[in-house]
Design a protein around this ligand. Sequence first.
Ligand SMILES: C[S@@+](CC[C@H](N)C(=O)[O-])C[C@H]1O[C@@H](n2cnc3c(N)ncnc32)[C@H](O)[C@@H]1O
Length: 276
Amino acid sequence: MAKSKIKPDEIVLPHHTDDQANAWSESAAKYGSEFLDPFRDSVVNPLLTMLSEIGAEPSAKMVAADLGCGTGPLLQRLLDQFGDVIALDFAAEMLTQCRERLGPDRSKRVRFLNRAMHELDDLAGTLDVAVSVNSLVMPDLRVVDKTLRNIFAALKPGGRFLGVVPSIDAIHHHSLMLWDAYLDQGYSMEESERLVATHMEHHMYDFAFGKFRFGDLNQKFWQPDELRYHLMKAGFTDIRMVRLEYPWDDSLAGYKLLKNHPKTWDWTFEARRPLS
Ligand SMILES: C[S@@+](CC[C@H](N)C(=O)[O-])C[C@H]1O[C@@H](n2cnc3c(N)ncnc32)[C@H](O)[C@@H]1O
């Protein structure tokens, strides 16, 4: 087979970006009941610590963008800390939910951008902080790479990119812990494996490529070294990754059997655009 001569910048992004925008828009109204909330009270979220480390005093003059802001659970926190806040999402209905959550007065302080996360040319070199919470989920790695390169370019030199990504390694871990718990309960090998596959919804995952399909939503889940590699490929440095651990509660399959097992997690990350 002939080698591809297409350079990354020449890649025409696939139309399924539009399909995913529609699918996310359709999920907006029921979002809270279908997705895990990494900001719920019982969770200690390292992202909030990373934001605090930026410091209150200088951040009043800073520009922060919540990329893939969804229904806007982080926006109030960003408004409390930063002088200029952008809320970007390609799903129009998500931005409607943000406005409802914030109310008219606080919404006036936010610049809402209804577009895809790789469309950042007009923001080049203007952001102090970019945040992405469970929104770096494009199933096409070419879109991921383009998005990361454009986030890098949108940051000022020295700017920070923070976020949370869903982790495929934690789905594997959760499955293995549940398998152990069922075996300890006396289930046979065959029955315990069947129960794990059913309760963990293995049919929705492609473990080899770290993909998860939920209805029309098609998402990338991450291995930590894989994410670190893609951040470095886009030019980011000073990459730090910390587990965001979830307590075993009723939002997680088999939680009653898992109280004494190691917790499950998503990955929190922080990366920098170098000063020069
Ligand atoms: C799992 S939700 C997370 C929302 C929010 N950040 C939160 O923590 O609740 C993912 C969000 O990212 C948005 N999103 C996914 N891919 C995107 C893309 N390529 N461009 C813009 N938004 C995107 C979706 O529309 C959705 O609102």
